[in-house]
Design a protein around this ligand. Structure first.
Ligand code: SAH
Length: 312
């Protein structure tokens, strides 16, 4: 999964109608604007310190662009920030640099959450954890493994998947939590996933590995490295890995609603031509409705000291 996704993201721009899938910041600018406001609010509550604004897995850079645009007029906010983008794909790094050209004076790219300035952290990761590799287990704790026969990948063990885990995700969560414990700050993690049991909302069972190609589901073992491989994020496990910090979890729909997404949409519609009004409203509907991304997507905030962060 790691090798496949490294190749997949390393060789293309997978987003949008001509790619394989679309993400929230590509659907509506309101997503990034509200996250920007949320992060600026955290920064104010922390006492307006010098801080690192970090995004993991920034895709086309659209979310960061909207965050920076929406917070431009928060006094002293931008001047207090060092912006760090964590991205392994050279192709996407190049696109992000173009998207963000001129957006901030202190912005650097890294391929892992390392060598971070010793400052409070304001971190966001949208659809990042779902791309990290998982293990799957069958009855009796037997790990499901993959072999190759006649040039094709195949499952070696047959049977129903009972459990998934993602040590790679937990290791990153622990790194973030360690930084926040020492230097303060917050991490906002948005992804599709579950808190207790995989599949409990969709009754699809514990096997959440999926491949997307051309906006359709594909067999995860066919065309390795040419389809987007993801698994649902185990938010319960991420919370546990952030032990000692305060954690808050809600659905994307509720989070955006409580932050005033509908008010923002109304304001945007006021000056927009009718065609654009439709796009604004249908985009928001897609992010917030339970039938679409509103419930299956969750928002987890991991914070050093912030009681009752807005949106939860
Ligand atoms: N956040 C973006 C993109 C999500 S797709 C959006 O919402 O549109 C996943 C992103 O994570 C891509 O940018 C991909 O290249 C990056 N990525 C995947 N695995 C990574 C890893 N191990 N380290 C850093 N970035 C990674």
């Amino acid at each position: 999964m790691d090798l496949c996704n490294t190749h997949y993201y390393g060789t293309r721009d997978p987003f949008g109608s001509r790619g394989d899938f679309t993400t929230a910041p590509e659907i509506s600018q309101i997503f990034g604007e509200l996250i920007g406001a949320w992060l600026a609010d955290c920064w104010l509550r922390l006492g307006s310190p010098k801080a690192v604004l970090c995004e993991m897995g920034p895709g086309r850079g659209t979310l960061m662009k909207d965050i920076l645009r929406a917070t431009k007029h928060v006094p002293h906010f931008h001047a207090s920030l060092r912006v760090r983008m964590i991205e392994t794909s050279p192709v996407l790094q190049a696109i992000q640099k173009k998207t963000l050209s001129g957006a901030h004076s202190d912005i650097e790219w890294k391929s892992a959450f390392e060598d971070m300035p010793s400052l409070p952290l304001l971190l966001v990761a949208n659809e990042f954890f779902d791309a990290l590799p998982i293990h799957q287990f069958l009855n009796g704790d037997v790990e499901r493994t993959i072999g190759m026969k006649d040039g094709n990948l195949h499952w070696i063990q047959e049977g129903e998947v009972k459990l998934e885990n993602s040590p790679a995700s937990l290791a990153i969560m622990k790194q973030l939590a360690a930084h926040i414990s020492i230097h303060k700050g917050t991490a906002l993690i948005i992804d599709y996933g579950y808190e207790n049991q995989p599949g409990y909302e969709t009754s699809e069972g514990a096997d959440t590995l999926q491949a997307l190609k051309d906006h359709a589901y594909a067999d995860p073992l066919k065309v390795p490295g040419e389809a987007d491989l993801t698994a649902h994020v185990d938010f319960g496990a991420l919370k546990e890995a952030a032990q000692g910090l305060s954690t808050h979890l809600t659905t994307q729909g509720d989070f955006l609603r409580r932050l005033g997404a509908e008010l923002r949409a109304t304001a945007l519609c006021r000056n927009a031509p009718q065609e654009q009004q439709k796009t604004i409203l249908s985009g928001l509907e897609r992010l917030m409705s339970s039938e679409q991304m509103g419930t299956i997507f969750k928002v987890l905030a991991v914070t050093s000291s912030l009681e009752n962060p807005p949106g939860f």
